[in-house]
Structures are given as C-alpha cells and as structure tokens.
Design a protein around this ligand. Structure first.
Ligand SMILES: *Cc1c(COP(=O)(O)O)cnc(C)c1O
Length: 371
C-alpha cells in the first residue's frame, strides 16, 4: 500500500543530514527546526498561523478545546470516516452528530447539514476524505449563518485546492476556523513517527492553540489554561522540512498513478473508479474504487492471492461501532455509508509505484473470473 523505504532512499542524503543536525544539537524538544517547519508549512498551505503538535488526533482535540467546547455541545461529522474524529468529540464530553456522505465523492453531503443543526451545535467537522476537499462554500455559508465553528480534518488531503464560485482558490484546511492535519508516516506528507499540525487565520486563536498544546502556558510554569502535552519532536520537524519540499512532486506522482488506474479500469463493469469533484483537486491519499455486483471481500482475497494488497476504509461505519452506537441510529440509519462499508476498496497508490506494478494490478483486476 505504501513504499516508505524506497521513498526514503530517494532523499536519503538530505534526510540523514537533517537528522544528524538534530542529533548534534541535542535540541530534541522545541529545537529551531520546529519553528522553521511551521514557517515553511505556513507558506505552503497559505495559512496565517501554523501550530505543530504530536499527532492528528491531538490536533482535533486541541482545536475543540481552543474554541471553548462545553460538555453536551454537539459536533456534526460524517459517519463515513476514521474513528479519530468521533473519538475526541466523545472524549471531551461532546455529542457526535453523525451525518450521511455523498456516494460519489465519499465526503459529507452538505445538503443534509442544516437539518442537523440545533441550538447546541458547537462545530461541524468536514473530513476531506481520501484526498479531495469537501464542498466548502455552502458549508461555510451555513456555519456563518448559524454562528458555528468549522474544524477541518485535512489529514488525508493536505495540498488539495478548493475553488470557490468566484474563482478564488484555497487549500483544504485553511478555510474553516481551524484546520487539523496528521503527519502519520503513510499520509501524503508523512514523518518517521507521529506528528500533526493545526492551521488558523486568526492569530489570537493561534496563540490559544499554541498554549493549550503546551500545558496551557505561555510563560514556563505559569498555566493560564488547562492544556495538554502535545509537541512535534524536533527530529520529526527536521524530516518534515525536507519532505515538504517534495510534496508537490509526491502529489504529481500519486496523480499519475490515479490517471493510469482511471484509464485502465474505467471500462471494467464490476467496479466504479473514483469520482473527481468539479471544485477540488484530488491529491489521492487513497485510490478508492467501489465494487458493483460482486462480493467485495472475495475480490479482495483474489487480489491478495496475486500478491496485491488492498485496504477497506472503513469496514464498520461509526454508528455501528460498539463505542459510538446511539439508540436513535440503528443499523439502516445511514444507507449510503453502510453500502460504502460493503463496497469500497482502496488499491495501492504511493509515490514509488512503477508502471509495471500498476499494469500488473490492472491486468489482474481485468482477469477477475467472477467479474
Ligand atoms: C490519520 C487521520 C487522523 C488521525 O491522525 P493521527 O496522526 O493518526 O492521530 C484523523 N483523521 C483522519 C481522517 C485521518 O485519516
């Protein structure tokens, strides 16, 4: 699914040097590379403020804390997503309000948002799933109308560009109140351990976020807010500084793989290839197909027998997870998401794939005997 080793080898001298510099300085916590990476990332995404933290899950939690969430507040999120989003909501004593997704883009169905809003609604969390932006223009208008916060989860779509109807372009993660991302090794911009960051255009809010990520202090041993301990290690920041310079190249490589798959697989009648949204670029964190009229799990096994890995993101929707089930959302409450959990399959896509590998995968798919 990923080839982090080959990716490392291609930039080994630069990475090794960056790591060695940190080792020589021994500034393992809050070394200068952390600030430098925040500056670089600020320029890349076009955000006034970037605050790094320990991982993407913490980023979501810190964002909600910084905005002053109160127990019982409601947070609207897609039901087809990674668990981290729901987890921090529940952990903070907030109520996750699950919302159906669009079967084409797999992202929040923005037309179903307004009916979810109540006087207790604190925030909406659009998750930019698999690599493309949620339809943010109507979502932002709705949030403004009801004075609710927008916390973007851009862990899978760092770099994706959303185009507004007036032609303005903005990177996913910089449009809402706060954007949250992850540098988990397999993300499009991944470090060699855990890492995360938050984006905001509000510099005051940025200060609050920075304090909360660092024990609620601005001055050492003076704690004005209740915070957490969530920092990006200097080693990871140094690695990310190098890798950020390659992010555009990585995106181009991923898109080339996706284009290849599209060409080879669009005529295969037992699957549908990913739909590209008209108002967002796709950075292809995942290349996710949907099976049609075949058993997805048998097809996955067939690929496995031919040495082709594939993954199901996500096999169990949030409302059917033991920890997150709610009596008013029984099985059948989210038919599209439940259908997706039975039919989605993500094929290998990464920066080091060769034409031979992709051809082999496509040929194997076309030769599927039950297709
Ligand atoms: C990876 C991911 C996260 C969490 O990131 P971590 O760094 O693993 O904590 C959150 N949301 C989504 C959509 C993700 O894909």
């Amino acid at each position: 699914m990923a080839d982090l080793h080959s990716q490392y080898l291609r930039i080994k001298p630069e990475i090794d040097q960056a790591i060695q510099e940190v080792l020589d300085s021994t500034a393992f916590i809050q070394g200068p590379q952390v600030k430098q990476f925040e500056e670089d990332l600020k320029k890349y995404v076009g955000s006034k403020t970037v605050i790094t933290c320990a991982n993407g899950t913490d980023a979501l939690q810190i964002a909600m804390m910084a905005l002053g969430c109160k127990p019982g507040d409601e947070v609207i999120l897609p039901v087809h997503t990674y668990v981290a989003t729901a987890e921090v909501i529940a952990l903070l004593g907030l109520k996750p309000v699950f919302t159906e997704v669009d079967p084409k883009t797999f992202n929040l169905d923005v037309s179903q948002l307004e009916e979810k809003i109540t006087p207790r609604t604190f925030a909406i969390v659009p998750v930019h799933l698999y690599g493309q932006s949620v339809d943010m223009e109507p979502l932002l208008a709705l949030a403004r109308k009801h004075s609710i916060h927008v916390i973007e989860d851009v862990a899978q779509a760092l770099g994706a560009v959303y185009t507004f109807s007036d032609g303005r372009n903005m990177r996913a993660g910089t449009m809402g109140t706060i954007g949250c991302t992850s540098f988990f090794p397999s993300k499009n911009l991944g470090c060699y351990g855990d890492g995360g960051a938050m984006f905001t255009q509000d510099e005051k809010l940025g200060e609050r976020i920075r304090m909360i990520a660092n024990h609620g202090q601005q001055k050492k041993y003076h704690h004005d807010l209740i915070g957490v301990n969530s920092r990006l290690d200097t080693l990871q920041a140094a690695i990310l500084r190098v890798k950020l310079r390659y992010l555009d190249d990585y995106e181009t490589r991923r898109r080339a793989v996706a284009d290849f798959y599209d060409r080879e697989l669009s005529s295969v009648n037992f699957l549908t290839t990913p739909v590209r949204a008209s108002n967002s670029t796709h950075v292809f964190h995942q290349y996710t197909i949907r099976t049609k009229g075949i058993n997805r799990d048998q097809f996955k096994e067939y690929l496995q027998d031919r040495g082709i890995p594939s993954m199901i993101y996500y096999p169990v929707p949030l409302h059917l997870q033991k920890a997150y089930e709610q009596p008013h959302f029984p099985k059948g409450s989210f038919p599209i998401t439940e259908e997706l959990s039975r039919t989605v399959l993500s094929l290998p896509i990464h920066t080091e794939m060769t034409a031979d590998q992709i051809s082999y995968i496509c040929n194997s798919i076309r030769e599927y005997p039950n297709g």
